[in-house]
Design a protein around this ligand. Structure first.
Ligand SMILES: Cc1ncc(COP(=O)(O)O)c(C=O)c1O
Length: 371
């Protein structure tokens, strides 16, 4: 088999396919000179809310800021605790700290890599005010179990949907609870050409609070009247214009990702010592990444690199063992499944435009490594 060069993600091919529409959308914003607030952002907010099956979507500068805004809008304060996981991007936990609270990490389920709902209750105390389930890799958490606990203890639920645009739980697209926060970082299932994010909710009061907070705390419809001290966490209109074009293809792109994952599953099934991604009952996975697992992870990554295949580890050091979160007082051994998995996971190339030939090449090389 001739050597191929396969990147982990390929943003260029998708751009070239949509180039005319995207370039026109960008030019329209430039011509309108509506760079901050504008028609494109309003259109995106309406259409993305509809895509999610929710009432409101509020464009933000990133998912990091969206999470912070969502936490603040639910009334999170200094001294509060928020439950989440440690096998996520730092932004999930950083947003909790930015909002003044402290993250409390719960271990994960070894099959789905999402929060182990059986371990949540033991971490709840008087200070606990919210849960941030992270729909990792494109698959929803077990939301019924989370909602049951949230109801029992009156906790807010803010879903980190950064990797899960269009993912479903019991045939409802995420978010399925109070609030969801999305990232439109370029490589995501729906990606802008820079940073962008949004908060999605059915709760009008939350939507209004988030809208006010992200725009300098302006009173509704007023320019220089500020009811609260806010932030500048707005989504740029030009990013919204790009997202409007791409949103129309999101369903199709997600289906292509699922088809690619199915082919990987078929070609890699039965390989000894290799664990493939598991789609949980009740979930529709949208494969932001396709993550495999093996105790020979580092050797496999080296072998694939030598064969022109890029890979990535999401995430090599769990947050509770990162220098940045040292003050929280966690130590090795506190989250055994998270720690074990972080040493074994490897994400291989995944994007809608990946061809069957490329998938076959990657799979052949993986099988060659294990043979
Ligand atoms: C799970 C998760 N949460 C939050 C974020 C932060 O998103 P953003 O880069 O838009 O701030 C990311 C981005 O990679 C993420 O993967």
């Amino acid at each position: 088999m001739a050597k191929m060069k396969i990147p982990l993600v390929d943003l260029k091919t998708q751009y070239l396919k949509l180039k005319n529409d995207i370039d026109t959308a960008i030019q329209d914003v430039i011509d309108s000179t509506q760079f901050i607030k504008g028609k494109a952002k309003e259109e995106f907010e309406q259409d993305f809310a509809k895509f999610c099956g929710s009432k409101f979507a509020i464009g933000c500068s990133s998912c990091t800021t969206a999470l912070e805004l969502a936490l603040r809008a639910t009334g999170i304060q200094k001294g509060d605790e928020v439950i989440t996981v440690a096998n996520t991007f730092t932004a999930t936990a950083a947003s909790i700290v930015h909002a003044g609270a402290l993250p409390k990490f719960v271990d994960i389920d070894e099959n789905t890599y999402n929060i182990n709902t059986e371990h949540i209750e033991q971490k709840i105390n008087d200070k606990t005010k919210a849960i941030i389930p992270v729909h990792l890799y494109g698959q929803s958490c077990d939301m019924d179990a989370i909602k049951e606990l949230a109801d029992k203890y009156s906790l807010a639920v803010i879903e980190d949907c950064a990797q899960a645009h269009g993912a479903e739980y019991k045939e409802k697209r995420v978010p399925v609870s109070d609030i969801g926060c999305f990232s439109f970082f370029p490589a995501k299932n729906l990606g802008a050409f820079g940073d962008a994010g949004c908060v999605v909710t059915n709760d009008e009061a939350i939507a209004e609070k988030v809208s006010m907070l992200l725009d300098h705390g302006r009173a509704k419809g007023k320019k220089y009247e500020h009811d609260i001290i806010g932030f500048n966490y707005r989504m740029a209109n030009i990013q919204a214009a790009i997202l409007n074009v791409k949103l129309k293809f999101l369903e199709k792109f997600n289906e292509q990702r699922r088809k690619n994952a199915k082919l990987y599953n078929e070609l890699l099934s039965g390989v000894k010592n290799l664990i493939l991604p598991v789609q949980a009952d009740d979930c529709k996975h949208v494969f932001y990444v396709y993550t495999i697992r093996t105790s020979k992870r580092d050797q496999l990554a080296d072998f694939l690199k030598q064969n022109g295949i890029s890979t990535q580890i999401y995430y090599p050091i769990p947050l509770h063992l990162q220098q940045a979160y040292k003050a929280l007082g966690y130590k090795e051994g506190d989250l055994p499944v998270t720690e074990k998995v972080s040493k074994e996971i490897l994400s291989i190339p995944m994007y809608p435009e990946l061809t069957d030939e490329q998938i076959t090449y990657v799979s052949t090389k993986i099988k060659e490594f294990f043979s």
